[in-house]
Design a protein. Structure first.
Length: 440
Protein backbone atom coordinates (compact mmCIF):
# COMPACT_ATOMS: atom_id res chain seq x y z
CA UNK A 1 0.00 0.00 0.00
CA UNK A 2 2.90 2.38 0.57
CA UNK A 3 3.72 2.10 -3.13
CA UNK A 4 0.30 3.62 -3.81
CA UNK A 5 1.42 6.64 -1.74
CA UNK A 6 4.27 7.20 -4.14
CA UNK A 7 2.15 6.90 -7.26
CA UNK A 8 -0.48 9.36 -6.06
CA UNK A 9 1.92 11.94 -4.73
CA UNK A 10 4.37 11.77 -7.64
CA UNK A 11 1.51 12.12 -10.10
CA UNK A 12 0.22 15.15 -8.21
CA UNK A 13 3.64 16.76 -8.24
CA UNK A 14 4.11 16.10 -11.95
CA UNK A 15 0.94 17.92 -12.96
CA UNK A 16 0.94 20.80 -10.50
CA UNK A 17 2.70 24.02 -11.50
CA UNK A 18 5.36 25.45 -9.21
CA UNK A 19 4.63 29.11 -8.61
CA UNK A 20 6.83 31.66 -6.86
CA UNK A 21 5.19 34.84 -5.62
CA UNK A 22 6.89 37.83 -4.05
CA UNK A 23 5.93 39.60 -0.87
CA UNK A 24 7.18 41.92 1.84
CA UNK A 25 9.32 39.14 3.25
CA UNK A 26 10.69 35.78 2.17
CA UNK A 27 7.36 33.98 2.44
CA UNK A 28 5.42 33.04 -0.66
CA UNK A 29 1.70 32.68 -1.24
CA UNK A 30 -0.33 30.65 -3.69
CA UNK A 31 -3.85 30.88 -5.03
CA UNK A 32 -5.53 29.71 -8.21
CA UNK A 33 -4.67 33.02 -9.84
CA UNK A 34 -1.16 33.22 -8.38
CA UNK A 35 -2.09 36.26 -6.27
CA UNK A 36 -0.80 37.00 -2.78
CA UNK A 37 -3.93 35.86 -0.96
CA UNK A 38 -2.57 32.93 1.02
CA UNK A 39 -5.41 30.71 -0.19
CA UNK A 40 -5.13 27.74 -2.49
CA UNK A 41 -7.01 26.44 -5.46
CA UNK A 42 -8.50 22.95 -5.58
CA UNK A 43 -5.11 21.74 -6.79
CA UNK A 44 -2.94 22.64 -3.81
CA UNK A 45 0.78 22.79 -4.46
CA UNK A 46 4.20 23.29 -3.02
CA UNK A 47 5.06 26.89 -3.74
CA UNK A 48 8.50 27.05 -5.36
CA UNK A 49 11.52 24.92 -6.17
CA UNK A 50 13.51 25.54 -2.99
CA UNK A 51 13.27 22.55 -0.59
CA UNK A 52 11.48 22.77 2.76
CA UNK A 53 12.31 20.78 5.90
CA UNK A 54 9.55 20.42 8.48
CA UNK A 55 9.80 19.16 12.04
CA UNK A 56 6.94 16.89 13.06
CA UNK A 57 6.44 15.99 16.73
CA UNK A 58 4.19 13.22 17.98
CA UNK A 59 3.85 10.85 20.92
CA UNK A 60 3.23 7.66 18.96
CA UNK A 61 5.70 5.51 20.86
CA UNK A 62 4.11 2.12 20.12
CA UNK A 63 3.27 0.17 16.98
CA UNK A 64 1.26 3.14 15.76
CA UNK A 65 4.51 5.08 15.77
CA UNK A 66 6.04 2.54 13.41
CA UNK A 67 3.07 3.05 11.12
CA UNK A 68 3.39 6.83 11.20
CA UNK A 69 7.10 6.59 10.44
CA UNK A 70 6.29 4.46 7.38
CA UNK A 71 3.81 7.10 6.21
CA UNK A 72 6.44 9.82 6.66
CA UNK A 73 8.97 7.79 4.68
CA UNK A 74 6.47 7.43 1.86
CA UNK A 75 5.79 11.16 1.89
CA UNK A 76 9.48 12.05 1.89
CA UNK A 77 10.11 9.80 -1.11
CA UNK A 78 7.13 11.18 -3.02
CA UNK A 79 8.15 14.79 -2.29
CA UNK A 80 11.89 14.23 -2.57
CA UNK A 81 13.73 17.48 -3.21
CA UNK A 82 10.66 19.52 -2.27
CA UNK A 83 9.51 18.72 1.28
CA UNK A 84 11.24 16.64 3.96
CA UNK A 85 9.54 15.67 7.21
CA UNK A 86 11.79 15.11 10.23
CA UNK A 87 10.02 13.12 12.93
CA UNK A 88 10.64 13.47 16.65
CA UNK A 89 8.72 10.94 18.73
CA UNK A 90 8.41 12.10 22.33
CA UNK A 91 6.52 10.84 25.37
CA UNK A 92 3.25 12.78 25.41
CA UNK A 93 3.78 14.58 28.73
CA UNK A 94 7.33 15.55 27.77
CA UNK A 95 6.13 16.72 24.38
CA UNK A 96 3.70 19.24 25.84
CA UNK A 97 6.20 20.38 28.45
CA UNK A 98 8.70 21.09 25.65
CA UNK A 99 6.08 22.96 23.65
CA UNK A 100 5.33 25.21 26.61
CA UNK A 101 8.97 25.75 27.55
CA UNK A 102 9.93 26.57 23.95
CA UNK A 103 6.96 28.80 23.19
CA UNK A 104 7.95 31.43 20.65
CA UNK A 105 11.41 29.91 20.16
CA UNK A 106 11.41 28.97 16.50
CA UNK A 107 14.75 27.16 16.67
CA UNK A 108 13.50 24.71 19.30
CA UNK A 109 9.91 24.30 18.15
CA UNK A 110 8.34 21.97 15.58
CA UNK A 111 6.13 22.95 12.67
CA UNK A 112 3.53 20.19 12.95
CA UNK A 113 2.35 18.41 16.09
CA UNK A 114 -0.08 15.52 16.37
CA UNK A 115 -1.79 15.93 19.72
CA UNK A 116 -4.80 14.72 21.66
CA UNK A 117 -7.94 16.79 21.28
CA UNK A 118 -8.13 17.22 25.05
CA UNK A 119 -4.96 19.36 24.88
CA UNK A 120 -6.09 21.74 22.12
CA UNK A 121 -7.70 24.42 24.28
CA UNK A 122 -4.71 24.47 26.61
CA UNK A 123 -2.30 24.96 23.69
CA UNK A 124 -4.59 27.58 22.13
CA UNK A 125 -4.81 29.55 25.40
CA UNK A 126 -1.02 29.70 25.54
CA UNK A 127 -0.84 30.87 21.91
CA UNK A 128 1.25 27.86 20.95
CA UNK A 129 -0.94 26.56 18.13
CA UNK A 130 -2.46 28.73 15.39
CA UNK A 131 -5.71 28.98 13.48
CA UNK A 132 -5.79 26.87 10.32
CA UNK A 133 -9.21 27.72 8.91
CA UNK A 134 -7.97 27.56 5.32
CA UNK A 135 -6.80 23.95 5.59
CA UNK A 136 -10.30 22.73 4.77
CA UNK A 137 -10.19 24.43 1.37
CA UNK A 138 -6.56 23.45 0.80
CA UNK A 139 -7.17 19.76 1.43
CA UNK A 140 -10.61 19.81 -0.22
CA UNK A 141 -11.99 18.17 2.92
CA UNK A 142 -15.73 17.66 3.36
CA UNK A 143 -17.27 17.59 6.82
CA UNK A 144 -19.55 14.69 5.94
CA UNK A 145 -16.51 12.53 5.16
CA UNK A 146 -15.20 12.69 8.73
CA UNK A 147 -16.37 11.29 12.03
CA UNK A 148 -18.21 14.22 13.57
CA UNK A 149 -16.52 13.85 16.95
CA UNK A 150 -13.11 14.33 15.32
CA UNK A 151 -14.16 17.04 12.85
CA UNK A 152 -15.78 19.22 15.50
CA UNK A 153 -12.94 18.73 17.98
CA UNK A 154 -10.78 21.16 16.03
CA UNK A 155 -13.28 24.02 16.19
CA UNK A 156 -12.51 26.11 19.28
CA UNK A 157 -13.93 29.28 20.79
CA UNK A 158 -17.18 31.14 20.23
CA UNK A 159 -16.09 32.05 16.71
CA UNK A 160 -15.52 28.41 15.84
CA UNK A 161 -12.12 28.89 14.24
CA UNK A 162 -10.32 25.69 13.29
CA UNK A 163 -7.15 24.95 15.26
CA UNK A 164 -6.63 21.35 14.21
CA UNK A 165 -7.37 18.83 11.50
CA UNK A 166 -8.67 15.34 12.38
CA UNK A 167 -6.46 12.29 12.15
CA UNK A 168 -8.26 9.60 14.15
CA UNK A 169 -10.58 8.63 16.99
CA UNK A 170 -9.46 6.16 19.65
CA UNK A 171 -12.13 4.92 22.07
CA UNK A 172 -11.53 2.18 24.62
CA UNK A 173 -12.77 -1.29 23.70
CA UNK A 174 -12.86 -4.69 25.38
CA UNK A 175 -10.34 -7.40 24.50
CA UNK A 176 -11.22 -10.93 25.60
CA UNK A 177 -9.61 -14.35 25.81
CA UNK A 178 -11.45 -16.68 23.43
CA UNK A 179 -10.31 -19.70 25.44
CA UNK A 180 -12.06 -18.40 28.55
CA UNK A 181 -15.31 -17.07 27.10
CA UNK A 182 -17.52 -17.92 24.13
CA UNK A 183 -18.82 -15.41 21.60
CA UNK A 184 -22.35 -15.88 22.93
CA UNK A 185 -21.25 -14.80 26.40
CA UNK A 186 -19.73 -11.45 25.38
CA UNK A 187 -21.46 -8.75 27.49
CA UNK A 188 -23.02 -5.66 25.94
CA UNK A 189 -24.07 -4.01 29.21
CA UNK A 190 -22.20 -3.48 32.47
CA UNK A 191 -24.78 -5.61 34.27
CA UNK A 192 -23.96 -8.49 31.93
CA UNK A 193 -20.26 -7.73 32.33
CA UNK A 194 -20.47 -7.97 36.12
CA UNK A 195 -22.38 -11.24 35.92
CA UNK A 196 -19.89 -12.81 33.51
CA UNK A 197 -16.89 -11.64 35.54
CA UNK A 198 -18.30 -13.16 38.72
CA UNK A 199 -18.98 -16.44 36.93
CA UNK A 200 -15.56 -16.63 35.32
CA UNK A 201 -13.50 -15.65 38.37
CA UNK A 202 -11.88 -18.66 40.01
CA UNK A 203 -9.39 -17.82 42.73
CA UNK A 204 -8.32 -21.47 42.96
CA UNK A 205 -6.95 -21.36 39.41
CA UNK A 206 -6.02 -17.68 39.61
CA UNK A 207 -8.35 -16.65 36.79
CA UNK A 208 -10.16 -13.33 37.14
CA UNK A 209 -12.89 -11.62 35.17
CA UNK A 210 -11.01 -8.35 34.76
CA UNK A 211 -7.71 -7.33 36.32
CA UNK A 212 -8.61 -3.75 37.30
CA UNK A 213 -5.51 -1.53 37.18
CA UNK A 214 -4.74 0.54 40.27
CA UNK A 215 -3.06 3.35 38.34
CA UNK A 216 -3.79 3.48 34.63
CA UNK A 217 -5.43 5.98 32.31
CA UNK A 218 -7.70 3.37 30.74
CA UNK A 219 -9.55 2.95 34.05
CA UNK A 220 -10.07 6.71 34.06
CA UNK A 221 -11.52 6.54 30.55
CA UNK A 222 -13.82 3.68 31.52
CA UNK A 223 -15.04 5.78 34.45
CA UNK A 224 -15.61 8.73 32.09
CA UNK A 225 -17.56 6.46 29.74
CA UNK A 226 -19.72 5.16 32.57
CA UNK A 227 -20.49 8.74 33.59
CA UNK A 228 -21.74 9.49 30.08
CA UNK A 229 -23.78 6.30 30.04
CA UNK A 230 -25.41 7.39 33.30
CA UNK A 231 -26.41 10.79 31.93
CA UNK A 232 -23.69 12.85 33.57
CA UNK A 233 -20.17 14.03 32.77
CA UNK A 234 -16.93 15.34 34.23
CA UNK A 235 -18.02 18.97 33.74
CA UNK A 236 -21.40 20.66 33.52
CA UNK A 237 -22.38 23.06 30.72
CA UNK A 238 -20.70 25.94 32.59
CA UNK A 239 -17.49 23.94 33.05
CA UNK A 240 -17.98 23.36 36.75
CA UNK A 241 -16.42 20.08 37.90
CA UNK A 242 -19.18 17.61 38.74
CA UNK A 243 -17.28 14.32 38.76
CA UNK A 244 -18.26 14.02 42.45
CA UNK A 245 -22.00 14.00 41.73
CA UNK A 246 -24.23 11.31 43.20
CA UNK A 247 -24.12 9.40 39.92
CA UNK A 248 -20.33 9.67 39.77
CA UNK A 249 -20.03 8.35 43.33
CA UNK A 250 -22.29 5.46 42.39
CA UNK A 251 -20.12 4.61 39.38
CA UNK A 252 -16.86 4.65 41.35
CA UNK A 253 -18.46 2.67 44.17
CA UNK A 254 -19.30 0.03 41.62
CA UNK A 255 -15.74 -0.20 40.30
CA UNK A 256 -14.33 -0.39 43.83
CA UNK A 257 -16.89 -3.04 44.80
CA UNK A 258 -15.94 -5.19 41.82
CA UNK A 259 -12.36 -5.17 43.01
CA UNK A 260 -12.57 -5.50 46.78
CA UNK A 261 -15.98 -7.08 47.47
CA UNK A 262 -16.85 -9.15 44.40
CA UNK A 263 -13.15 -9.85 43.86
CA UNK A 264 -13.39 -10.15 40.10
CA UNK A 265 -9.86 -8.69 40.11
CA UNK A 266 -6.73 -9.15 42.20
CA UNK A 267 -6.61 -6.49 44.91
CA UNK A 268 -3.34 -5.08 43.61
CA UNK A 269 -2.67 -4.73 39.90
CA UNK A 270 0.51 -2.76 39.30
CA UNK A 271 1.86 -1.10 36.18
CA UNK A 272 0.91 -3.22 33.14
CA UNK A 273 -0.29 -5.91 35.54
CA UNK A 274 -3.63 -6.11 33.77
CA UNK A 275 -1.87 -6.79 30.47
CA UNK A 276 0.44 -9.36 32.05
CA UNK A 277 -2.46 -11.31 33.56
CA UNK A 278 -4.42 -11.14 30.32
CA UNK A 279 -1.50 -12.41 28.24
CA UNK A 280 -0.88 -15.23 30.72
CA UNK A 281 -4.48 -16.43 30.43
CA UNK A 282 -5.42 -15.30 33.93
CA UNK A 283 -7.90 -12.55 33.01
CA UNK A 284 -10.94 -12.89 30.76
CA UNK A 285 -11.10 -9.21 29.79
CA UNK A 286 -8.62 -6.43 29.10
CA UNK A 287 -9.47 -2.84 28.16
CA UNK A 288 -7.31 -0.63 25.97
CA UNK A 289 -7.22 1.61 22.92
CA UNK A 290 -6.83 0.50 19.28
CA UNK A 291 -3.11 1.25 19.32
CA UNK A 292 -2.65 -1.94 21.36
CA UNK A 293 -4.04 -4.22 18.62
CA UNK A 294 -0.77 -4.79 16.79
CA UNK A 295 1.24 -5.10 20.00
CA UNK A 296 -1.10 -7.75 21.36
CA UNK A 297 -1.04 -9.65 18.07
CA UNK A 298 2.76 -9.64 18.22
CA UNK A 299 3.34 -10.56 21.86
CA UNK A 300 0.26 -12.33 23.20
CA UNK A 301 0.21 -16.15 23.11
CA UNK A 302 -3.56 -16.33 23.61
CA UNK A 303 -6.42 -16.27 21.10
CA UNK A 304 -7.75 -12.71 21.33
CA UNK A 305 -11.11 -11.25 20.41
CA UNK A 306 -12.31 -7.63 20.57
CA UNK A 307 -15.75 -6.23 21.35
CA UNK A 308 -17.10 -2.74 22.02
CA UNK A 309 -17.05 -1.50 25.59
CA UNK A 310 -20.33 -2.37 27.34
CA UNK A 311 -22.92 0.36 26.89
CA UNK A 312 -21.05 2.05 24.05
CA UNK A 313 -23.11 1.00 21.04
CA UNK A 314 -26.75 0.70 20.07
CA UNK A 315 -29.53 3.29 20.18
CA UNK A 316 -28.44 4.95 23.42
CA UNK A 317 -24.83 3.82 23.37
CA UNK A 318 -22.06 6.27 24.21
CA UNK A 319 -18.49 6.24 25.45
CA UNK A 320 -15.61 8.61 26.08
CA UNK A 321 -12.95 8.82 23.40
CA UNK A 322 -9.77 10.60 22.48
CA UNK A 323 -8.89 11.98 19.06
CA UNK A 324 -5.49 12.71 17.58
CA UNK A 325 -5.41 15.97 15.67
CA UNK A 326 -2.86 17.68 13.44
CA UNK A 327 -1.87 21.18 14.62
CA UNK A 328 0.52 23.87 13.40
CA UNK A 329 2.81 25.70 15.81
CA UNK A 330 2.35 29.46 15.59
CA UNK A 331 5.96 30.63 15.81
CA UNK A 332 7.28 28.34 13.06
CA UNK A 333 4.54 28.47 10.42
CA UNK A 334 3.92 32.16 9.73
CA UNK A 335 5.74 31.87 6.39
CA UNK A 336 3.07 30.97 3.82
CA UNK A 337 5.32 28.53 2.02
CA UNK A 338 6.06 26.68 5.27
CA UNK A 339 2.38 26.60 6.18
CA UNK A 340 1.36 25.21 2.81
CA UNK A 341 4.09 22.59 2.99
CA UNK A 342 2.60 21.51 6.32
CA UNK A 343 -0.80 21.33 4.66
CA UNK A 344 0.67 19.12 1.93
CA UNK A 345 1.80 16.61 4.52
CA UNK A 346 -1.51 16.65 6.39
CA UNK A 347 -3.37 16.24 3.10
CA UNK A 348 -1.13 13.32 2.15
CA UNK A 349 -1.84 11.50 5.42
CA UNK A 350 -5.56 12.25 5.20
CA UNK A 351 -5.84 10.94 1.64
CA UNK A 352 -4.08 7.69 2.55
CA UNK A 353 -6.00 6.69 5.69
CA UNK A 354 -5.70 2.94 5.32
CA UNK A 355 -2.06 2.96 6.39
CA UNK A 356 -2.94 4.70 9.65
CA UNK A 357 -5.74 2.20 10.22
CA UNK A 358 -3.26 -0.64 9.77
CA UNK A 359 -1.09 1.05 12.40
CA UNK A 360 -3.94 0.58 14.88
CA UNK A 361 -6.15 3.68 14.84
CA UNK A 362 -9.73 4.42 13.79
CA UNK A 363 -9.23 6.86 10.96
CA UNK A 364 -11.29 10.04 11.12
CA UNK A 365 -11.92 9.74 7.37
CA UNK A 366 -15.13 7.69 7.07
CA UNK A 367 -15.23 6.56 3.40
CA UNK A 368 -12.32 4.19 4.00
CA UNK A 369 -14.37 2.39 6.67
CA UNK A 370 -16.52 0.84 3.95
CA UNK A 371 -13.64 -0.59 1.93
CA UNK A 372 -12.80 -4.28 1.91
CA UNK A 373 -9.24 -3.49 3.02
CA UNK A 374 -10.45 -1.66 6.12
CA UNK A 375 -13.07 -4.29 6.95
CA UNK A 376 -10.32 -6.90 6.78
CA UNK A 377 -8.81 -5.25 9.87
CA UNK A 378 -11.08 -7.39 12.05
CA UNK A 379 -9.91 -6.23 15.47
CA UNK A 380 -10.40 -2.58 14.52
CA UNK A 381 -14.11 -2.96 13.68
CA UNK A 382 -15.45 -2.84 17.28
CA UNK A 383 -13.48 0.37 17.87
CA UNK A 384 -14.90 1.82 14.64
CA UNK A 385 -18.45 0.94 15.64
CA UNK A 386 -17.90 2.52 19.03
CA UNK A 387 -16.40 5.68 17.52
CA UNK A 388 -19.68 6.51 15.79
CA UNK A 389 -21.33 7.29 19.15
CA UNK A 390 -18.28 8.44 21.11
CA UNK A 391 -17.81 11.83 22.76
CA UNK A 392 -14.64 13.79 23.56
CA UNK A 393 -16.18 16.04 26.20
CA UNK A 394 -16.04 19.83 26.43
CA UNK A 395 -12.49 20.10 25.15
CA UNK A 396 -13.08 23.76 24.29
CA UNK A 397 -12.52 24.49 28.00
CA UNK A 398 -9.03 25.83 28.71
CA UNK A 399 -8.57 23.65 31.80
CA UNK A 400 -10.23 20.51 30.48
CA UNK A 401 -7.06 18.45 30.59
CA UNK A 402 -6.28 19.46 34.18
CA UNK A 403 -9.80 18.52 35.27
CA UNK A 404 -9.47 15.21 33.42
CA UNK A 405 -6.29 14.45 35.36
CA UNK A 406 -7.79 15.34 38.74
CA UNK A 407 -10.68 13.01 37.95
CA UNK A 408 -8.23 10.27 37.02
CA UNK A 409 -6.35 10.69 40.29
CA UNK A 410 -9.60 10.30 42.22
CA UNK A 411 -10.42 7.07 40.39
CA UNK A 412 -6.92 5.66 40.88
CA UNK A 413 -6.77 6.54 44.58
CA UNK A 414 -10.10 4.88 45.27
CA UNK A 415 -9.19 1.72 43.36
CA UNK A 416 -5.87 1.58 45.18
CA UNK A 417 -7.35 1.78 48.69
CA UNK A 418 -10.29 -0.30 49.88
CA UNK A 419 -10.71 1.97 52.91
CA UNK A 420 -11.09 5.18 50.90
CA UNK A 421 -14.70 5.80 49.95
CA UNK A 422 -15.63 6.91 46.46
CA UNK A 423 -17.19 10.10 47.78
CA UNK A 424 -14.10 11.02 49.81
CA UNK A 425 -11.82 10.43 46.86
CA UNK A 426 -13.96 12.33 44.34
CA UNK A 427 -14.73 15.24 46.69
CA UNK A 428 -11.05 15.64 47.49
CA UNK A 429 -10.02 15.97 43.85
CA UNK A 430 -12.90 18.27 42.92
CA UNK A 431 -11.80 20.58 45.74
CA UNK A 432 -8.19 20.42 44.57
CA UNK A 433 -9.27 21.29 41.04
CA UNK A 434 -11.20 24.29 42.37
CA UNK A 435 -8.12 25.37 44.30
CA UNK A 436 -6.06 25.02 41.13
CA UNK A 437 -8.49 27.29 39.28
CA UNK A 438 -8.32 29.92 42.01
CA UNK A 439 -4.55 30.01 41.66
CA UNK A 440 -4.61 30.71 37.93
Amino acid sequence: MIKSFFKKAVLALSILPLVSCGGNNSSSNVSSSGSNTGTTSSSSTVIDDSPVTLKFWNGFTGKDGDGMNDIVKAFNKAYEGKITIQVDTINWDSLFLKLIQNKGKEKYSPHIVAMGANRLAQMKSKNIIREIDDIVEYTEAKEEDYLSVSWNAGLLGDSGHRYSFPLDVHPTAMFYNKDLISEDEIPTTWEEFEKVCKEKTNTDTGVYGWAIPNMYSITKDIFASMLLQNGTDMLDKDNNAIFNSDKAVEVLNRLQKWKYVDKISPSSVGTSGDLTLFNSGKSVFYFDGPWSINTLKDISPIDIGVAPMPGSTGTNGISYTGSHQFTLIDCTTQDEKIKNACYEFIKFVSQNPLEWAKAGQVTAYKPVHNTDEYKALTELQPFTLEAENAKVGNIDYEYYYECYNYMGQAVANCLNDSNLTAKQSLDSKVNLFKKFLNEQ
